[in-house]
Design a protein. Structure first.
Length: 40
């Protein structure tokens, strides 16, 4: 494989992993600040 193609695949595979990691790590922060609380 061409090195640029390998680098492109690496970034494409890293994007969803980074999104999931960001969501998991920031969910607790948002919960502590009351951002995710639904009004009754």
């Amino acid at each position: 494989m061409i090195i640029t193609l390998e680098a492109a695949w690496l970034f494409l595979l890293a994007i969803p992993i980074a999104c999931v990691a960001w969501t998991v790590t920031h969910e607790e922060v948002f919960r502590e600040q009351g951002v995710l609380q639904q009004p009754l």
